[in-house]
Every structure is written in C-alpha cells, then in structure tokens.
Design a protein around this ligand. Structure first.
Ligand code: XMP
Ligand code: MG
Length: 179
C-alpha cells in the first residue's frame, strides 16, 4: 500500500470485476449500434480504458477536459472547457464517461452541452457516485460504485494531480490533505 494511503475503499479486483459487468450491460444495451464514448479528462481515463475493453460492440472514443475544482477538494460549480471534442457528434450514440459524480454540477453541464450538439442519444456512465453531496439531480445510467462522502484518489482520480496511477480507490491520510 502507498505510504500516504489511510485506507483502501475499493480493491483492484473488485473494480475490475465491476467494470466487466458494466461492459456486459453496455454490450447488451447497444446491440446493433456503434457507441461514441466521451471521456472526461483526466480522471475518467483509466476507467474508460478498462471499460472499452469489456464492450463487444463497435466503440469509438473522444475526450473533453473540463475544470470545475481548481487545485482543492471543493467544487466551485463553475465549469470551463479546457479541451473540446475533436469531431461532430451529430447522430451518434454517446456515453459520457466520468470518474466520479459528486455535486452533479459537472455532469449536468456536460449532459446539456453534449445534448445541444444533436446526438442520437446520450447516456452517462460513472465509476463512482458520491450521492451525499448532490446539488442537482442528474440521471446516471451506469454506475460502478456508490461511495460515502470522502475525498478519494486512485484509478484515475487525483489530489493535486497526484495518485492517479494507484490501481485501487483510496482515502489519503489526513495530514496529506492538510499539507
Ligand atoms: P461534481 O461536484 O461537479 O464533481 O459532481 C465532479 C468532479 O469533481 C472531482 N471530484 C473528485 N476528484 N476525488 C477526486 O479525485 C474525489 O473524491 C472527488 N469528488 C469530486 C472529479 O474530477 C469529478 O469529475
Ligand atoms: Mg480532479
């Protein structure tokens, strides 16, 4: 275990098993269709990479980078597009892939933004759902895990850009968040 980690919330094998299930579910739901995954950088990158390898219909991907947090752990509610999609998504079946839904503000913005571009359909897939702090109701079609209201890192999620490479989801020691 990484020396900065206080506790592991989700072990690597648990996450991998759940991603397999999500992939199977998505495969069933999208029979006869192509999927365009829109990954939200950078947090969803690891999840998306594992997810697409468990999907057995033609799957394409593109990415958007948005900022809603700055450097800390508190949502500002302000979403800024740092990197937009490469191509038009008109007529495509979109799955927005997120690492975590917390207040829901980022996702609400993303869904509205994507819908305004004329896709055939839009669904949402998130690895983690932290329902305790929700401010706006956003429909989640595919959810990996519900977690309690704790700031987590690993499997793509960061604290000040660190710890994204941890293969599990963990809570850091309090002194790490303070420093
Ligand atoms: P909102 O509040 O808009 O937040 O739903 C979604 C985005 O906030 C980040 N976020 C976290 N990042 N550990 C993280 O590393 C967390 O516990 C956490 N909670 C929210 C994340 O970037 C997500 O896309
Ligand atoms: Mg982040």
């Amino acid at each position: 275990m990484h020396p900065h980690v206080e506790k592991i919330l989700l072990e690597e094998n648990q996450i991998n098993e759940r991603i397999q299930q999500l992939g199977q579910q998505i495969t069933q739901d999208y029979q006869g269709k192509d999927i365009l995954m829109v990954g939200i950088l950078k947090g969803a990158m690891i999840f998306l990479a594992d997810l697409v390898r468990n999907i057995e219909v033609p799957t394409f991907f593109d990415f958007m980078a948005v900022s809603s947090y700055g450097a800390g752990t508190v949502s500002s509610g302000v979403v800024r597009i740092l990197k937009d999609l490469d191509k038009s998504i008109e007529g495509k079946h979109i799955i927005i892939v997120e690492d975590i839904v917390d207040t829901g503000l980022t996702l609400q913005y993303m869904v509205e933004n994507i819908k305004s571009r004329g896709p055939a359909s839009v669904k949402v897939c998130t690895l983690l759902d932290k329902p305790d702090r929700r401010k706006v109701e956003v429909p989640i079609d595919y959810n990996g895990f519900q977690i309690p209201d704790e700031f987590v890192v690993g499997f793509g999620l960061d604290y000040n850009e660190r710890y994204r490479n941890l293969p599990y989801i963990a809570v850091l020691k309090p002194e790490i968040y303070q420093s």
